[in-house]
Design a protein around this ligand. Structure first.
Ligand code: ADP
Ligand code: MG
Length: 233
């Protein structure tokens, strides 16, 4: 699914630069559920943003679904992003003035689907996250867990091969966090490949594999006996 070799990334800070990713090697197979775990500032989001083609590495190779990702035009990058990737964020990133259905249907607009099809597919995915009855509601009328479910439905709408989640439970209480993790585990059981960035050990334990990032270096990469989130809900 993805293969990363000797990846480096620095950010310019004044006259110098901050070396954030220091030679990352990472391969992820189709069907995996991987936690990228590390303390704040260790480079997790930077890595996920490069994997998600929202940012570019300075050095190294990145192959996504057999496509080398380097020096792509913004237009090409957008096509690959829409075709391969779904995103979930800590702060949900829903569009506040659009209702749940329109939020979920937005990626389908970018795929060029007609309105009728967008509504049908959007409702299908809202139903999958248990929120069909909330289709007409604005994000401000939803709880945090419901907002994240809408965001997950939106991420799934275009049927991405790879789901990327940056601290998906970071803004949620413990019970709701486990509900969201249980849902992500269910998606993984159905075959979806998922990468989750988290700084929380108990969230990482619910993935099948934990990649531990310390100061921009992978210090540990291990497969684990997965904890089922549903036992906490
Ligand atoms: P994490 O997600 O693990 O908390 P990040 O990848 O967000 O870590 O950040 C790693 C380091 O890079 C931090 O020190 C952060 O301040 C810095 N950083 C992140 N984004 C930028 C940016 N756009 N410009 C400058 N520094 C950045
Ligand atoms: Mg982060």
């Amino acid at each position: 699914m993805l293969k990363i070799n000797k990846l480096h990334k620095s950010y310019p800070i004044g006259d110098s630069s901050l070396h954030v990713l220091k030679g990352i090697d990472l391969s992820v197979e189709s069907g995996e559920m991987v936690a990228i775990m590390g303390s704040s500032g260790s480079g997790k989001s930077t890595l996920l943003n490069i994997i998600g083609m929202l940012d570019e590495a300075d050095e190294g190779d990145y192959i996504l679904d057999n496509v080398p990702i380097k020096n792509l035009t913004e237009k090409k990058a957008a096509i690959y992003r829409n075709r391969f990737l779904g995103f979930i964020f800590q702060s949900f990133n829903l569009i506040n003035y659009k209702n749940a259905l329109d939020n979920v249907a937005l990626p389908l607009y970018y795929q060029g689907l007609k309105r009728k099809e967008r509504i049908e597919k959007g409702l299908f995915h809202l139903e999958k996250v248990g929120l069909k009855a909330w289709a007409e509601h604005l994000p401000s009328e939803l709880s945090g867990g419901q907002k994240q479910r809408v965001a997950i439905a939106r991420a799934l709408a275009a049927d991405p091969k790879l789901l990327l989640a940056d601290e998906p439970t970071g803004a949620l209480d413990t019970t709701t966090s486990y509900e969201i993790m249980a849902f992500l585990q269910q998606l993984n059981d159905e075959g979806k490949t998922i990468l989750i960035v988290t700084h929380e050990e108990d969230i990482a334990d619910m993935c099948k594999r934990i990649v531990r990032l310390v100061d921009g270096v992978i210090m540990e990469d291990k497969f684990v006996e997965q904890v089922r989130a549903s036992q906490y809900v």
